[in-house]
Design a protein around this ligand. Structure first.
Ligand SMILES: C[S@@+](CC[C@H](N)C(=O)[O-])C[C@H]1O[C@@H](n2cnc3c(N)ncnc32)[C@H](O)[C@@H]1O
Length: 194
């Protein structure tokens, strides 16, 4: 246990719903990694609450230290699996925007079932977003981009509107910066709940 762990909320079997404020706009960065996107988002919107979540505690520890240095106080760090978070921890209708940015692409055919975006995930996502909520997805993997786009659109829960992320297109995640430095594009899309 490290000293910063007391600032990281561990999502565990004995936890039911997490308490979230009613009066705030809440944005979730799911699989935040080292969290550059979460940090810049929290700085841009100090009155909003940013939930930064990942399964890897080491990444959240680094993010905590960075937030402390940069005096960011509108972010909560949650350690846990995306499915567990959606199935058990986030109350329905609470999230204004969910960002899933450069998730593990699982490019090999045999590993594709591990991908996060699926029709079941789309329905959980819809349940957790508020009535005018937004889902933001990005990846450098063109095939994953097309298949995820297809899954979200076929779900019938969302309408594509890339303008819903025009305020954050200049905020790059750590992975996006890495891919861009290698000359690779990262594709973004956004949908509103319908
Ligand atoms: C490729 S990294 C991208 C990190 C960050 N979004 C970025 O773009 O820099 C994917 C991240 O998702 C996290 N992750 C993978 N599976 C997850 C899951 N089931 N639930 C939550 N986080 C997960 C990994 O630990 C990793 O930090």
């Amino acid at each position: 246990m490290k000293p910063e762990d007391k600032f990281i909320e561990i999502l565990a079997e004995n936890l039911s719903l997490i308490l979230l404020p009613n009066e705030k706009i809440i944005e979730l960065d799911l699989g935040c990694g080292k969290g550059s996107f979460s940090t810049e988002l929290a700085k841009k919107y100090p009155s909003r609450l940013v939930l930064a979540t990942d399964v890897m505690i080491g990444r959240l520890r680094k993010l905590y230290k960075r937030n402390k240095r940069e005096k960011i106080e509108n972010m909560r760090l949650l350690r846990g699996d995306a499915w567990f978070l959606f199935n058990q921890c986030i109350p329905d209708g609470k999230l204004s925007r969910v960002h899933i940015l450069c998730p593990d692409p699982w490019p090999k055919e045999k590993h594709r079932p591990n991908r996060l975006i699926s029709s079941e995930f789309a329905s959980r996502l819809h349940l957790k977003l508020c009535s005018d909520g937004v889902f933001h997805f990005s990846t450098d993997d063109k095939e994953y981009f097309e298949s995820a786009t297809g899954v979200i659109e076929k779900s019938g829960f969302f309408t594509r509107n890339d303008n819903a992320i025009s305020d954050v297109t200049n905020i790059k995640t750590d992975f996006e910066k890495r891919w861009n430095q290698l000359g690779l594009d990262v594709f973004h899309a956004a949908w509103e709940t319908s």
